[in-house]
Design a protein around this ligand. Structure first.
Ligand code: NAD
Length: 376
C-alpha cells in the first residue's frame, strides 16, 4: 500500500482518536497530522499512546481557519484529508445550533477551499498537474432521516431528509463535498456510518452515560418509550471501513458503513445493565473472556456508589423522561455496496464489542472521571 501523509481533523474526539490509534498501529510509516480545536468533546489524552510516535504531529486549531489548513497542507506535504471534526451531539444541536452551522458547514467549506487551492489551483497556476490527493469526508446515517419499523435500510441512493440541526448541518457538508468534486474535480469520497460505540466515547452519549451513571447509582434516562432503533458499530470497525474506502473506494462515491446490528435504545440499556450486574456479581458466568483484572470485590471497592449493580439490580435505575424534539424513530444502514465493492466486514460482533467497551470504562475511570468533573 502507498505511503500517505494525512491530515486528520477532529482527531482528538471519539472516532477521530480511535482512527488515529488504529491508523498508526496499522500504517506506522504514514505521517499523521491531527488538527483539533479541543472543544469540550476533544481530549488530547485520547492520543496519549501515540504522542511519542515519530510520525505523529498534533496541531491545536480550528478547521474554519483556512490559512492554517493551507499552511499545514504545504508544510507537511499532506496528500490526504480525513475529516472527522464536527459538533456531533444531537441534543446540543437542538439547544444551540450555531456551533453546528459554523463547524459542520463552514468548517467543511474552509477545508474544501484550502484543499482545492493547495492541491489543484496552485499547481495549475504554475502549469503543473494537480497534486495527487484525497479528501475523505466522514458523515452519518442521520442525513437520510428516519425509517418506519418495516422500511428497508438506508442505501447510498436513499434521498437525504435530515430532521435535526445536527443532521441538517452534516447533510449540507456532504453536499458541499460532492459539489467540490463535480465542479472543481477535487478527489473526494464520503462515508455515512451508523452509531459508533467503544473506548473514548464522551460520557454524554448513550452507552458511556449508562455505564458511568450505573457506577454512580444515578438514574438511567430513557427518552420517550425507548423504542428508538439505532444500528451500532464498534468504533474500530468504522476506522477499518474508512481505510478500505481510502485504499479501494472510487473517487466521487459515497459508501455506507454499518454493522447490520439494530437495537432499540431500551434494549441496549438493558444489555449494559446485565453486563454491569455480571461484572459486579460473584456469580458472574459470562466473564471467562474478561480482560480486566478487576474481580467483583475489587470493583465494589473501586466503585462504592454502585450499590444497585452490586445487588445485580442496575435496571432499577431506568427512568423514562420526556422525548426529545424531532427524535428520529429508526436508523438502519444497508452496507451492501461497501461490503461487495470493498470487501468490508466488521471484525467485532456486538457481543464482543460491548464487553470490550464496558471493560474499558471500568478500567479507565481516570479518563471519564476527569471529563465528568470538568463538565459538571
Ligand atoms: P466528537 O464530538 O467526539 O469529536 C469531534 C472532534 O472535533 C473533537 O475532538 C472536537 O474538539 C473537534 N472539533 C470540533 N469543532 C472543531 C473545529 N471547528 N475545528 C477543529 N476541531 C474541531 O465526535 P465523534 O463522535 O468522534 O464524530 C466524529 C465524526 O464522525 C463527526 O463528523 C460525526 O458527524 C461523524 N459520525 C459520528 C457517529 C457517532 O456515532 N459518533 C456516527 C457516524 C458519523
Amino acid at each position: 500500500m502507498k505511503t500517505r501523509n494525512l491530515l486528520v481533523t477532529g482527531g482528538a474526539g471519539f472516532i477521530g482518536a480511535n482512527y488515529v490509534l488504529y491508523w498508526l498501529e496499522n500504517n506506522p510509516q504514514d505521517k499523521v497530522v491531527v488538527l483539533d480545536a479541543l472543544t469540550y468533546a476533544g481530549n488530547r489524552a485520547n492520543l496519549a499512546s501515540v504522542e511519542q510516535h515519530p510520525n505523529f504531529i498534533f496541531t491545536h486549531g480550528d478547521i474554519c481557519d483556512t490559512n492554517l489548513v493551507e499552511k499545514l497542507l504545504k508544510e507537511h506535504q499532506l496528500d490526504t484529508i480525513v475529516h472527522f471534526a464536527a459538533e456531533s451531539h444531537v441534543d446540543r444541536s437542538i439547544t444551540g445550533p450555531d456551533a453546528f452551522i459554523e463547524t459542520n458547514i463552514l468548517g467543511t467549506y474552509s477545508l474544501l477551499k484550502a484543499a482545492k487551492k493547495v492541491w489543484i489551483d496552485e499547481p495549475k497556476a504554475e502549469g503543473k498537474s494537480p497534486l495527487a490527493h484525497r479528501f475523505h469526508h466522514v458523515s452519518t446515517d442521520e442525513v437520510y432521516g428516519t425509517l418506519a419499523p418495516n422500511d428497508p435500510a438506508f442505501t447510498e441512493q436513499t434521498a437525504y431528509a435530515p430532521n435535526s440541526p445536527y443532521s441538517a448541518s452534516k447533510a449540507a457538508s456532504d453536499h458541499l463535498v460532492r459539489a467540490y468534486h463535480h465542479t472543481y474535480g477535487l478527489e473526494v469520497t464520503t462515508s455515512n456510518c451508523s452509531n459508533n460505540y467503544g473506548p473514548y466515547h464522551f460520557p454524554e452519549k448513550l452507552i458511556p452515560l449508562i455505564i458511568t451513571n450505573i457506577l454512580h447509582n444515578k438514574p438511567l434516562p430513557i427518552y420517550g418509550d425507548g423504542q428508538q432503533i439505532r444500528d451500532w458499530l464498534y468504533v474500530e470497525d468504522h476506522a477499518r471501513g474508512i481505510e478500505l474506502v481510502l485504499n479501494k473506494g472510487q473517487v466521487g462515491e459515497n459508501y455506507n458503513i454499518g454493522g447490520h446490528n439494530e437495537w432499540a435504545n431500551i434494549d441496549i440499556v438493558k444489555v449494559v445493565c446485565k453486563l454491569m450486574n455480571e461484572y459486579f456479581s460473584n456469580e458472574g458466568t459470562s466473564l471467562e473472556s474478561c480482560t480486566l483484572n478487576l474481580a467483583p470485590a475489587m470493583l465494589k471497592e473501586k466503585f462504592p456508589e454502585a450499590t444497585l449493580a452490586a445487588e445485580s439490580r442496575s435496571e432499577a435505575l431506568i427512568t423514562y423522561v420526556t422525548d426529545r424534539a424531532g427524535h428520529d424513530r429508526r436508523y438502519a444502514i444497508d452496507a451492501t455496496k461497501t461490503n461487495n465493492e470493498l470487501g468490508y466486514k466488521p471484525a467485532e460482533s456486538f457481543e464482543t464489542g460491548i464487553k470490550k467497551t464496558v471493560e474499558w470504562y471500568l478500567g479507565n475511570e481516570e479518563w471519564w472521571g476527569e471529563l465528568l468533573e470538568e463538565n459538571k
